[in-house]
Design a protein around this ligand. Structure first.
Ligand SMILES: [Ca+2]
Ligand SMILES: [Ca+2]
Length: 541
């Protein structure tokens, strides 16, 4: 079985010229349960997301040495997790739908993978200003105000809070992604007191591929041009696979969907090198690539993505010149991709998927001889043409591959020297974990669609604390059986895991990796709602 999977994986890899030089070691990661998050899903959920016990979507350590994490559950809660005591404290709950006491009456979380409280991120100057940012998803058709309801949080002042006008997305709209800046006036406690400010509201054509990850360059310091400059991954809202006129939205420069965005949230920051946005809530750096293209959105940094749901600033410990923005983008029909994000580059979707052309029937085919596509400003206006930029890693929707790429990190911690120089990433549904050599990724970023970095399976070693085999480390091919054991222990009723996907079959693990402030590695799975820490990385053949 394992040999078959290896064979399948090597066949996928063989479809492109690989840049692997020396043989890469087999890696096994030893996992230990860290915390179980409160169950916010249904033990007997039958849908794609309602049966996930806790839809944890990101883990961020407070900057400046405070031993706490902020952790968001898509179902609504934002928790503070104390690193020393492992105590979980509910901090804010975004779910203010009928019957819930949280902040937002239009909160959308029940269906759609990335609906709900999608992400949280600290301001790099959080120790001084108490600021952090959230993205949550709303259904504009729901009744009530879109401003936060502070009845459960009387110390949240909503005086003067006003919503922003949605930034237009062509086509009919089902959801809105909302970016908010929060200022906690006392970061020493575990309660919220302070203010909130809506920065941006992005309409989405459907309930999938939403406004998502929010990141800052962690190496930027005060005085640097990148200091407190925010990068945002915005999914295409499902537009690129539609058979209607919205299909070109990921390519169109007059809309924010299917893009990586770059803004300055603080109106007082970088004043001489940026301009204030249309809605007056943030600034746009003057060196963004499309600021002088008439009709283009100035917020756009890179475009032509389906769902760049995970952004990561890769820090090369050996050479800062090799630091890069990386976007993991979830594929449609054939390819899951890892992309090095370059200023102004076009990643091809919905005219390309992975290193192939995408046809109107949503199937891939070989690239045309003339590999250029129009720079689409609006539905009718183009501005020359461009050769697409291709992924540096891709894997297929086949056995041995997966269904949907999860998060990924270039390891920069100290505990796991075997992972140094390696980019570790997951497939969401199958729960598989892979690594690629970062130098190979950089080499594959060569403008040639056929050159890709090789992917290497990572095995997992785990002692099931609740199982009959407790006391014994067992070896696993993916996070799926690990999450399955914990899901059943916590009362989950589904035979395997809830959900369904092409490659994972019955059940989805919903696995992601995360890192703490020191760059040490964690793994979390939504289906069992458990966060695990990687305690050891072992190499062998
Ligand atoms: Ca506080
Ligand atoms: Ca290449």
């Amino acid at each position: 079985m394992r040999a078959m999977m290896r064979l399948a994986a090597s066949l996928i890899a063989a479809t492109a010229a690989l840049l692997s030089a020396a043989p890469s070691p087999n890696v096994t990661l030893e996992l230990r349960d860290y915390v179980e998050f409160p169950v916010t899903g249904l033990l007997d959920g039958k849908g794609q997301t309602d049966g996930m016990l806790a839809r944890i979507n990101s883990l961020r350590e407070e900057p400046g040495g405070a031993p706490r994490f902020f952790v968001n559950d898509l179902n609504g809660p934002l928790y503070i997790l104390d690193k020393a005591t492992k105590r979980i404290t509910p901090y804010l709950d975004f779910n203010g739908r009928e019957g819930h006491r949280g902040l937002f009456h239009k909160f959308s979380y029940e269906v759609g993978y990335a609906n709900g409280l999608n992400s949280v991120q600290f301001d790099p100057d959080y120790r001084a200003n108490g600021r952090f940012y959230t993205v949550h998803i709303e259904d504009p058709a729901l009744p009530g105000s879109a401003a936060p309801d502070n009845s459960a949080y009387p110390n949240l002042s909503v005086d003067g809070y006003t919503t922003t006008r949605p930034i237009p997305t062509p086509g009919s709209i089902q959801r809105e992604g909302v970016l908010i800046e929060w200022t906690d006036t006392n970061i020493a406690n575990a309660t919220f007191e302070g203010t909130a400010r809506e920065l941006m509201r992005v309409p989405l054509n459907s309930r999938i591929h939403t406004l998502a990850d929010v990141q800052f360059d962690p190496t930027a310091r005060r005085g640097d041009s990148e200091w407190r400059v925010m990068y945002i991954g915005c999914g295409d809202g499902g537009s690129g696979e539609a058979r209607t006129e919205i299909r070109m939205n990921p390519q169109r420069l007059d809309t924010l969907v299917g893009k990586v965005l770059r803004i300055v949230p603080d109106l007082a920051e970088h004043q001489s090198t940026s301009t204030v946005s249309d809605n007056g809530r943030y600034r746009i750096p003057n060196d963004n690539p499309f600021v002088s293209v008439a009709g283009a959105r100035k917020e756009i940094w890179a475009y032509g993505f389906r769902n760049p749901a995970r952004l990561h600033f890769a820090v090369d410990l050996d050479d800062p010149k090799n630091n890069r923005w990386i976007a993991n983008s979830i594929g449609l029909h054939t390819w899951e991709t890892v992309n090095v994000v370059h200023k102004g580059a076009n990643y091809g979707y919905s005219l390309r998927e992975g290193n192939e052309a995408l046809q109107r029937d949503n199937k891939t085919t070989k690239l045309p001889d003339d590999d250029s596509i129009p720079v689409q400003v609006t539905d009718t206006i183009t501005n020359g043409s461009v050769t697409p930029t291709y992924p540096v890693i891709q894997y297929g929707h086949v056995k041995g591959g997966g269904d949907a790429i999860g998060s990924g990190f270039l390891y920069r911690g100290k505990l796991l020297p075997a992972l140094r120089g390696k980019y570790v990433f997951t497939d969401i549904s199958t729960g598989r974990v892979w690594y690629a050599d970062y130098r190979e990724m950089l080499a594959a970023d060569d403008g040639k669609p056929g050159t890709l970095a090789a992917t290497h399976e990572i095995k997992l070693s785990w002692d099931d604390p609740h199982g009959a085999s407790h006391g014994e480390m067992r070896l696993y091919d993916s996070m799926f059986p690990i999450a399955e054991a914990a899901y059943h222990f916590r009362g989950g009723k589904s035979t395997h895991l809830p959900g369904l996907a092409l490659v994972s079959g019955e059940g989805r693990a919903d696995a992601h990796v995360a890192v703490d402030a020191a760059g040490e590695l964690y793994v979390f799975t939504k289906t069992d709602g458990v966060l695990r820490v990687v305690t050891r990385a072992m190499t062998g053949s």
